[in-house]
Structure formats: structure tokens, C-alpha cells
Design a protein around this ligand. Structure first.
Ligand code: NCD
Length: 328
């Protein structure tokens, strides 16, 4: 199933990990261990009775202070399939409305013996702040502002590895608004750690400036001509246009965006035969991706969602048991 072998350590694996904030502190070996555990979890997910007792007695809290469907539901499902008690907290109806600070809310939840707090927050860095201040409760970043979305990157890696065998040496094109995309940022860390060649393509106003200027990051290049970027690609990954984050004026018009940057059948024809088509969801179908491609034969978009549950089961299991194994 996998030919990935750990070759390079970024950090010595000493104390078990307590938090998952981004993939920049994950070694290749640690990523491989999560993906291997996720394969075992995927097997549980495909069973008729989707439940194992591995996390019985553990308390998992989700706190999503920004919109989410698949990430929130998949974390909840992952916790429940492992028999943890999962409690969902939303922004409204909590003491935040009475002016309680994020830290005091988190300390309160820690005092109730929450084992892990899974948080999505509109501000970059919010989960880091909590991780620094919580001594007993672990923190999982489920997306912070424009910054990071590590479990999305892990599910993307799992999806690619299942189809390509290994992402080592694969050409992966991330298309669109990579400047405002926390998915792109975490994908770049994960993909480069696993040896992929990442190509960023999109409007120059939506690309990380330092990369455009050629300041460079090993394994990452920028190609503003989309046809050239897609040429010979193993994976064509369309990012969602971040309307809520993009400052006005970055785009000439949505029509212009679609004309130049939409992933279409004609453009996909330049990729490798059988290239994977990916998107983190939610899609603006007909804008960054043509409908025929989103639902076409190469599309992995629903597969990404399924793998998202398996990866989140693996992360919860590893974090809460301090061990690497798969399902019980
Ligand atoms: C992403 C997010 O919210 O960061 N969605 C997701 O978690 N699958 C992608 C996006 O909204 O662009």
C-alpha cells in the first residue's frame, strides 16, 4: 500500500505529542505513522458496525467559531467511532456572549477534564495561544484564519498516497488563492516533508509574495501560467476562492478568474493520464472548478471527505493514547 519510508527526522520523537497545530513540526516519520494509523481506521469506517472502544472514557470537545460542515462533523464522527464522549460547543449560546475571554473559556473546559479541544477560529494563531496556556488539555487546530489546517493536509496526503503509492517525487499543483488559503499552507508543509514537488499557480495577487519573488522554499515553485503548471501533473488541486478573506480588488472579476484559472477538461488534458483532481470543499462549482471535473472520473473530492474521518480518528487516537497504533 505504501512505499514511503522515513528518511529524515525534523524533530526527535521523545515525549508524545500533545497538540496538533500545523504540520511544520511533523517529521516525515510522524506523518507516515499518522497515515498508517489512518489506514487501519479507514478499515473500521468501512465496516458495517463503525465503532471500536479505543477512546472510551476520553472527553473530546469541538469548538468551531467559524463555519464548517465536513471538518466539524468528521471530528465528531471520528471521536464517536472511537467511543470517546464528544461535546460540541458553538460560538453562540456560550459565556463568550457574556464577555468571557477565549482563554477563560478554555481553562473552564480544562477544569472539566476535557482531554482535547478541537478548535476552529477566524484568527490566525488562536490555537497556539491556547496550547501555550493549557497544561492538561490538548489542542487540535481545525483551521485558524489564513494560517493552518493540518488535518486537512493529512487527509490530502492520505488520499494522494492511496492512489499514487507514494507522493515522493509527485508533481502536485495547488491552484488559486494560495495566499489566503490555510489549506495550501499546511499542504505545502506536508507535501514537501513527503518529497513532493509543489507548484503554486493562480493570480499573482493571490500568491505568497516571497515565493513569487523567488525567495524560495525547497520543493515549491510558482508558475503563473496555468497550462504550464498543470503540464505532467500527478495531482491537480483547486483551492476555494476565499471570498470572506480576500481583500477587495485582488481579482479583476469572477468572470475573469473563471476564464484564466478554472480547472476545466481542456486544462486537465495536459496533466498525466489518470491525474487526481482534488478540492478541500466547500466548492464554488463552476467558479474555481468546472462541474464536469468536480464530478468526473479523476475526482477524489468525496474520497477526501471519507479519508478525513479516518485521519481524524488516527490523530485523536495518537494524541489521546500517546501511542502510534491503529484501531483496537
Ligand atoms: C477548508 C477550510 O475551511 O479551511 N474547508 C475545509 O475545512 N474542508 C477550505 C476552505 O474553506 O477553503
Amino acid at each position: 500500500m505504501t512505499t514511503d519510508t522515513p528518511v529524515q527526522e525534523k524533530q526527535a520523537t521523545t515525549a508524545p505529542r500533545r497538540h496538533v497545530l500545523d504540520l511544520d513540526d511533523f517529521s516525515r516519520a510522524e506523518i507516515v505513522s499518522v497515515l498508517d494509523a489512518a489506514e487501519a481506521m479507514r478499515e473500521v469506517l468501512d465496516r458495517d458496525i463503525k465503532k471500536v472502544p479505543s477512546l472510551r472514557g476520553k472527553i473530546v470537545l469541538t469548538m468551531f467559531l467559524e463555519a464548517s460542515t465536513r471538518t466539524r462533523v468528521s471530528f465528531e464522527q471520528a471521536g464517536k467511532m472511537l467511543s470517546a464522549d464528544v461535546i460540541n460547543i458553538s460560538g453562540s449560546g456560550t459565556s463568550a456572549e457574556k464577555g468571557e475571554s477565549l482563554l477563560n473559556t478554555a481553562l473552564t473546559l480544562q477544569a472539566m477534564r476535557a482531554d482535547v479541544l478541537i478548535m476552529r477560529h477566524p484568527h490566525s494563531g488562536a490555537p497556539y495561544f491556547l496550547a501555550r496556556n493549557l497544561t492538561k488539555t490538548g489542542v487540535i487546530n481545525a483551521g485558524d484564519g489564513m494560517h493552518a489546517h493540518p488535518t486537512q493536509a493529512l487527509l490530502d496526503l492520505m488520499t494522494m498516497r492511496r492512489h499514487l503509492g507514494s507522493v515522493d517525487g509527485a508533481k502536485v499543483v495547488l491552484i488559486g488563492d494560495t495566499l489566503h488559503s490555510r489549506v495550501a499552507r499546511s499542504d505545502i508543509y506536508g507535501l514537501t516533508a513527503m518529497g513532493a514537488n509543489v507548484v503554486l499557480s493562480g493570480p499573482p495577487t493571490m500568491m505568497p509574495l516571497e515565493l513569487l519573488r523567488g525567495a524560495g522554499m525547497p520543493g515549491v515553485t510558482v508558475e503563473t501560467d496555468l497550462d504550464r503548471a498543470i503540464d505532467g501533473a500527478d495531482v491537480v488541486y483547486a483551492m476555494r476562492i476565499q471570498k470572506e478573506r480576500a481583500a477587495a480588488g485582488l481579482l479583476p472579476s469572477m468572470r475573469e478568474y473563471t476564464r484564466r484559472w478554472q480547472v476545466t477538461e481542456a486544462r486537465l488534458a495536459n496533466a498525466k493520464d489518470g491525474a487526481l483532481v482534488m478540492h478541500p470543499g466547500p466548492m464554488n462549482e463552476g467558479l474555481e472548478i468546472a462541474s464536469s471535473i468536480a464530478h468526473g472520473p479523476g475526482s477524489q473530492i468525496e474520497e477526501q471527505v471519507t479519508n478525513g474521518v479516518a485521519v481524524r480518528m488516527a490523530i485523536l487516537y495518537q494524541l489521546l493514547t500517546g501511542t502510534e497504533g491503529g484501531a483496537a
